[in-house]
Write a protein that binds this ligand. Sequence first.
Ligand code: ADP
Length: 178
Amino acid sequence: MQPRMQVLQGDITTLEVDVIVNAANSSLLGGGGVDGAIHRAAGPELLKACQQVRQQQGECPPGHAVITTAGNLRAKAVIHTVGPVWRGGGEHEARLLEDAYRNSLLLAEANGYTTIAFPAISTGVYGYPKAAAAEIAVNTVSAHLIRRPQLQQVLFVCFDSETAHLYQRLLTQQGEEP
Ligand code: ADP
């Protein structure tokens, strides 16, 4: 049987999965890093959809997630979640990062989607230490999958080889083949 959690090194915008998760900022109006890449690949329709959500719901606080259409992407939807900014570890960063992963999974399921790809949330400009963030990502998703048979595939998409190796090691420890 194919493992439900897998790691891939590359560009998340190219994937053909139901849902791509965006490491957004609270404004939901685009930014740099993976956020910028997703908006560039998706085109103006995505920004319009984000502006609508923003008008209806206001800012998206850290740990929360919202869903939009995917514009020109091959994915069917984009889930925008906001990770915590790393401030040394004493500001609930770990819990907020867990919430970002868990709320994204719940939102994908609530919309009937079964395959989802995550970037390494908060590990770019938000400065979360990569190894600690990878551990939270894998542990949170793994604990969630045990209770949720409907989710078929969760991809951890790593931009750099250092992050990919961290995830590979963690998935091997979990008994998943990376
Ligand atoms: P954050 O603000 O949450 O830290 P960033 O976009 O700065 O978000 O970085 C999150 C992670 O996404 C980093 O590990 C970065 O290397 C990675 N990343 C940047 N572009 C892409 C991309 N096109 N596909 C996948 N991951 C990406």
